[in-house]
Write a protein that binds this ligand. Structure first.
Ligand SMILES: Nc1ncnc2c1ncn2[C@@H]1O[C@H](COP(=O)(O)OP(=O)(O)OP(=O)(O)O)[C@@H](O)[C@H]1O
Length: 566
């Protein structure tokens, strides 16, 4: 079954066009310092020449006008870059989320939920400063620095030479440091994701952790993780401080050289360095004003250098989330997934022919040459020893994982990647562990599904005999993970979820009575059979009492030894 790949967003190298426009606006703003500094030097020259305020008025207005224009362009450019960066991040997040949603729930290599949440919600944010600050800063380095050199060189080749010699040392050292920064950032993000995954996993299993007396061990492991994380953060910060120190050192040396040279030159102590004549006060000031501005783009780039390291590490983490795993046939992105359910006049037959399946990274097939026929409306039990593949067969029929060979048809329609999402609309799945959300019993039944209103939920409550439970929890909604319900009640809530959906006429149920006492198991069985009236039912079970209440039982064998057919 082929799955459709999600639409690819623009790669990191190809910045969105608006971001380029923003970066160019910011570069143009930085370039305006040239005429602004020129006007400033000109105004001061006129004042020094004794021209008075009347003479300095025109260049002084130039300083103000260019200043205003610079601020406006810079603000517009920064806004454009930021918005484009956010759009780009949204596209990457969508892609990673779609890729995660397209992975089969049976894929054991799926990223841990805590890790995925950490990457998507937290680490991905590092992309915004990278795209909105680093890329524009890089453009300014490429445009503004040569422009300033070109403006200084005709006045003083020596000042231009001093700038030219100081500048390349900075990127050289920054590149060396940046290389370390990137690996430190990546290590930091890996540590952060690992800690989040661990924390979420243990929070989910808090009851087990307590029951096993492992609270102290878990706390110790968490403390060790937090300590590792602290060390990684410190390593990243150390590198960030080191890179700023290198930059400031070389920038200060460059500016100081130009300042000392210009000062001595204006005082008449050092005549060389120009193309013949001596610099005027205005020309000297112009060179002096441009010297710090020459290093400004590098300073911005350095400030954003850490953003680049964090941004590239976040890009790698997002790309890892978007990795292909075992695909969910007809997963997210399939138009059929959003289609409204179709009501069928009769429940479906299920035909399975020559089915072969092996879990990813498993050594043997779970099912080999497996055949099964379930008539419309038939109630069937799948029985067999633990590990014989009952749950796997249910997952294959639900289209949760693609088969390696053979075919499955539901209601005469072949289960293919293209049709899986539409076929799942008529399937209700009642698993071994019902996932319950914090909220009311009614909200847990409706699950926000379109077309399932209060009347349907009330009907479903009756089928599952849950009305009194819903009333008891009207004032105190269920806690996270269904805290407040017994095991039997949680199962009946799963039955009510299936009952609320009129389009679900094929019920796939995985060990509904496991871990329940006989009386509760019998009640769940009754409710399940009531729900299954007029529907096709396939139940994987070890419970002989439940199996005896169904039309037929099909045994599954250990197919790693021999083929199994029914
Ligand atoms: N997601 C998975 N990834 C890899 N192997 C799996 C996965 N799920 C199950 N298996 C393996 O596949 C085999 C069949 O498992 P399955 O859960 O289908 O058996 P079962 O008959 O339902 O067992 P039980 O009665 O204990 O629930 C087992 O050997 C199991 O270890």
């Amino acid at each position: 079954m082929a799955t459709q790949p999600p639409p690819a967003p623009p790669g990191p190298a190809e910045l969105p066009p608006v971001s380029r426009a923003g970066a160019w606006l910011q570069a143009a703003a930085a370039l305006l310092w040239l005429p602004q500094a020129g006007c400033l030097a000109w105004a001061l020259q006129r004042l020094a020449d004794g021209g008075g305020l009347a003479q300095a008025w025109a260049p002084a207005s130039g300083v103000v006008l260019f200043g205003l224009l610079r601020s406006a362009l810079d603000a517009a450019g920064a806004r454009g870059s930021f918005r484009a960066a956010r759009r780009h991040l949204t596209a990457l997040r969508d892609r990673a989320t779609a890729a995660l949603a397209q992975r089969s729930p049976l894929d054991a290599a799926r990223p841990a939920s805590g890790l995925a949440a950490s990457v998507l919600a937290e680490q991905a944010e590092s992309l915004v400063p990278f795209l909105s600050r680093f890329e524009p800063a890089r453009l300014r380095v490429m445009v503004v620095m040569p422009a300033i050199l070109a403006a200084v060189a005709p006045l003083s080749w020596l000042a231009a030479l001093a700038l030219l010699l100081a500048a390349p040392l900075i990127p050289l050292f920054m590149a060396l440091i940046g290389w370390r920064a990137e690996s430190a950032s990546r290590a930091h993000l890996v540590e952060l994701g690992g800690m989040n995954a661990f924390l979420l996993d243990r929070l989910r299993g808090l009851a087990t952790v307590r029951a096993m007396g492992a609270v102290e061990a878990t706390a110790r492991r968490l403390r060790a993780s937090a300590d590792q994380l602290r060390q990684r953060v410190m390593a990243v910060l150390r590198i960030a401080f080191l890179s700023s120190a290198v930059l400031e050192l070389f920038a200060a040396l460059g500016v100081a050289t130009v300042a000392v040279y210009t000062g001595l030159h204006l005082l008449g102590q050092f005549d060389t360095g120009t193309w013949g004549g001596r610099l005027s006060l205005g020309q000297g000031l112009f060179v002096l004003l441009l010297a710090p501005a020459f290093f400004e783009p590098l300073r911005d780039l350095s400030a954003a250098w850490h953003d680049r390291a964090a941004g590239q590490a976040a890009l790698a983490s997002l790309a890892a989330l978007a990795d292909d795993g075992v695909p969910l046939p007809g997963g997210a992105g399939s138009p059929a997934a959003d289609a409204l359910p179709v009501h069928h006049p009769r429940p479906p037959a299920v035909e399975v022919h020559g089915l072969r399946f092996r879990h990813a990274r498993a050594a043997t097939d779970v099912l080999r040459g497996f055949d099964l026929h379930v008539a419309p409306g038939e109630h069937l039990a799948l029985v067999g020893p633990s590990g014989s593949g009952k749950s796997t067969l249910l997952a294959l029929i639900a289209g949760l994982v693609p088969a390696d060979a053979g075919s499955i048809a539901i209601g005469g329609q072949a289960l293919t990647s293209a049709d899986a999402a539409a076929l799942r609309r008529r399937i209700a799945w009642i698993g071994q562990a019902t996932h319950l959300f914090a909220g009311t019993v009614q909200a847990n039944i409706a699950l926000g599904r379109p077309g399932i209103g209060a009347a349907r939920v009330a009907q479903a409550l009756d089928i599952a005999a849950l009305r009194h439970v819903a009333q008891a929890h009207a004032a105190t909604p269920l806690g996270e993970g269904g805290v407040g319900l017994s095991g039997g009640e949680a199962l009946r809530l799963a039955i009510a979820r299936a009952a609320a959906d009129p389009a679900a006429d094929l019920l796939l149920v995985d060990e509904p009575t496991a871990h329940l006492d006989r009386a509760t198991a019998d009640e769940v069985t009754e409710r399940l059979l009531m729900l299954a009236q007029g529907r096709t039912l396939i139940v994987a079970t070890h419970d002989p009492v439940l199996a005896a209440r169904l039309d037929r039982a099909v045994p599954l064998h250990d197919t790693s030894v021999e083929g199994s057919t029914a």
